[in-house]
Design a binder for this molecule. Structure first.
Ligand code: PLP
Length: 421
């Protein structure tokens, strides 16, 4: 309670912004994940990997737009690419010179993506990928996983949700191949696709076991079902996306977030024989429209980012930095004999209030969320901006000053609250 009172006292302008927003937006909010009690901080400005809120506090940015902000707030290459696109006009009403360039860069970078189409968000990319899988297989059912998140209308954190678009979803357990086998047996010849995140991001950076994902590859092939990897979050984890680390080629992949250079973006692609369903020259081609699918700001920023900033080398380095941070923080918790750990891979991690390995969202004890709240308020007080659920993301500009600040804030959290934890 005192942490909460301190937060309120320190942020009068944020509170005012929030009250005004509630007049015209439900709960003052247009993006559910950004709401938290007593009110969310209003961020006024960003530069590099620093943020400033409306009350003038400065933060090291350790959320980086929920992983879309890999380049930081003012990368000169991205900025130059956007400026150039602005100079040439932004609504060109036609095929433009940038879209095939980004498509080529994407296909070269992620080998299982032989052919690709663009969307405005990761959500849309997944919706189109599901449409393609159903059309290609002539089947209707799709296996998804409890705890999965594939976008605002494809959210399975606690099972079915009324905001989801209607699909014939079958719900399996993450990291439990038998639960998938059972669904295949019950729905023989009817399953179009298995849609899976190689790491469940929104549910708390729950890492898939390699044998689970390899088993999905075998099962889907055996049942003539398509394996769809949602790499919207995980494609940053290795130069050729996380699938390259696993050595698994899915039939289709969706990506998004940073690949649009910080602009609204999504893409889906994969095997040429599947993607050719969208070829408008064929009879009964699948329709895929979208006014902004090829918008030049995204195409330009995305191309600059992928080819000259988030190079394969940069991907290796950023994720190694993340691994080191996670190890440092977990050593601190371990040495203090606290059952708290950061889960995750490379530059993506999430606080969990247990020392046990989390294999599924069912292993997360929500009754301990008060500790995550305490952690969040403490870090905010110490100039470290993370997501309320304990989600932490590294971006390219994060350097030793920010990493030391983070580590120091965790050390003082442990000192201050050890008796409560
Ligand atoms: N898929 C995954 C794995 C995600 O993490 C997200 C976003 O957080 C999405 C899909 C949806 O992407 P967008 O928010 O761009 O619609």
């Amino acid at each position: 309670e005192s942490a909460r009172q301190g937060f309120i006292a320190a942020n009068p302008q944020s509170e005012r912004q929030y009250r005004q927003a509630t007049e015209v937006m439900p709960g003052g909010n247009t993006r559910s994940v950004l709401f938290y009690e007593p009110f969310p901080l209003a961020i006024a400005r960003g530069e590099g990997c620093r943020l400033w809120d409306v009350d003038g506090h400065e933060y090291a940015d350790f959320i980086a737009e929920f992983s879309a902000g890999i380049y930081g707030h003012s990368n000169p290459s991205i900025r130059a690419a956007i400026d150039k696109a602005l100079d040439d006009g932004i609504n060109l009403s036609g095929h433009n010179l940038l879209e095939a360039r980004l498509a080529q860069a994407l296909c070269e970078r992620f080998p299982s993506i032989e052919s690709v189409r663009f969307t405005n968000s990761g959500t849309e990319a997944n919706l189109m990928m599901l449409a393609a899988a159903k059309a290609f297989t002539g089947r209707q059912k799709v296996i998804v996983f409890i705890g999965g998140y594939h976008g605002g209308v494809l959210t399975f954190a606690r099972g079915p949700s009324s905001v989801n678009v209607p699909h014939e979803f079958l719900y399996a357990e993450y990291n439990d191949l038998d639960s998938v086998r059972r669904l295949f047996d019950e729905h023989r010849g009817e399953v179009a696709a298995v849609l899976v995140e190689p790491m469940q991001g929104a549910s708390g950076c729950i890492v898939a076991e390699a044998s689970f994902l390899a088993g999905l590859r075998e099962l889907t092939s055996a049942h003539d079902t398509l394996l769809l990897f949602d790499e919207v979050m995980t494609s940053r984890l290795a130069p050729a996306a996380y699938q390259s680390v696993l050595g698994i080629a899915p039939d289709m992949t969706s990506v998004g977030k940073y690949i649009g250079g910080g602009m609204s973006f999504g893409a889906f692609g994969g095997r040429k024989d599947i993607m050719s369903l969208f070829d408008p020259r064929i009879r009964n081609a699948l329709q895929h429209a979208g006014t902004f699918n090829n918008n030049v700001l995204t195409m330009a920023a995305g191309y600059a980012g992928l080819t000259s900033v988030y190079t394969p080398q940069a991907a290796v380095e950023l994720n190694a930095r993340g691994e080191r941070l996670r190890a440092t923080l977990n050593t601190r918790f371990e040495e203090a004999s606290l059952d708290i750990r950061f889960n995750g891979i490379g530059s993506l991690m999430n606080l969990q209030i247990t020392a046990r390995t989390i294999r599924s969202v069912r292993d997360i004890d929500a009754s301990r969320n008060d500790i995550k709240d305490l952690f969040f308020f403490h870090l905010i007080e110490h100039g470290v901006y993370i997501a309320r659920r304990g989600y932490v993301v590294l971006s390219l500009p994060v350097g030793s000053a920010e990493l030391e600040r983070f580590d120091g804030a965790v050390a003082s959290f442990i000192d201050r609250y050890r008796n409560l934890l």
